[in-house]
Design a protein around this ligand. Structure first.
Ligand SMILES: Cc1cc2nc3c(=O)[nH]c(=O)nc-3n(C[C@H](O)[C@H](O)[C@H](O)COP(=O)(O)O)c2cc1C
Length: 214
């Protein structure tokens, strides 16, 4: 709760570099996040190169914190994770037998590709979101400011398609990948406290049915 309360989006960074071991801790926390049937449909690309950060800044409609960040973690929904080979390997590692794996891949509720590319992407995005949330908390724990960047061009927003194509090429991504968010990271320029502007408890939480207070 302490971390959750103190975490806030940080958009101005000092010149100080984040050591690799801290970045690795943040990334490992993302990697260890839960996902549906342990599918882990994600890739995280650590970007420190200024030219690449400038391109990602353009992709985010020129949000300055993207180019000013010490590091940008590009968070990618990886639809390759649902291929029979890759997902099958994950299920096998859980001790599942071949027959059970084949069966799972015939059930739409378990195997999104049956429902098409759009549903598959939706499911991948759902999983990546957990990892991103975890990473923001680990960053907070490590004293690193960060901001999730979701306003960007990609398959979902269709914004800036040419820049998106360039960014994907630069990052070695293909049409099975979708950049879903970026995490900008850096030491906070001037320490500020968090100011949680949130909907009231009763506005978003109900007991038994919508509108009943808990
Ligand atoms: C999925 C997602 C996308 C976001 N996209 C952006 C963004 O593109 N640019 C930005 O400056 N902040 C972005 N934010 C940060 C939100 O504006 C911020 O989390 C929200 O206002 C609450 O403030 P707090 O993080 O300080 O508690 C995003 C947050 C999330 C979770």
């Amino acid at each position: 709760m302490d971390l959750i309360e103190s975490r806030k989006s940080v958009r101005q960074y000092s010149e100080k570099t984040i050591p690799d071991n801290i970045l690795k801790d943040i990334l490992n926390v993302g990697r260890l996040a839960p996902s549906w049937m342990n599918s882990q449909p994600w890739q995280f690309i650590v970007v420190k190169n200024q030219e690449t950060k400038d391109l990602l800044c353009k992709l985010s409609n020129n949000q300055p914190h993207v180019r000013m960040a010490d590091t940008v973690i590009v968070c990618v929904a990886d639809n390759n994770a649902w291929s029979k080979e890759v997902f099958g390997k994950v299920l096998k590692s859980r001790g599942m037998k071949d027959e059970a794996i084949d069966n799972i891949m015939t059930i739409p509720a378990y195997y999104p590709p049956i429902l098409g590319d759009e549903t598959t992407l939706l499911r991948s995005v759902e999983q990546v979101t957990y990892a991103i949330a975890y990473m923001t908390l680990e960053a907070e724990k490590q004293g690193i400011g960060c901001c999730v960047i979701g306003a960007l061009g990609n398959e979902v927003t269709k914004f800036a398609p040419d820049i998106y194509k360039q960014a994907k090429e630069k990052l070695n991504l293909n049409d099975k990948h979708c950049i879903i968010s970026m995490l900008t990271l850096g030491y906070e320029k001037e320490k500020q406290s968090s100011n949680k502007l949130r909907k009231d408890f009763d506005e978003v939480i109900s007991f038994e049915k919508l509108g009943n207070k808990f």
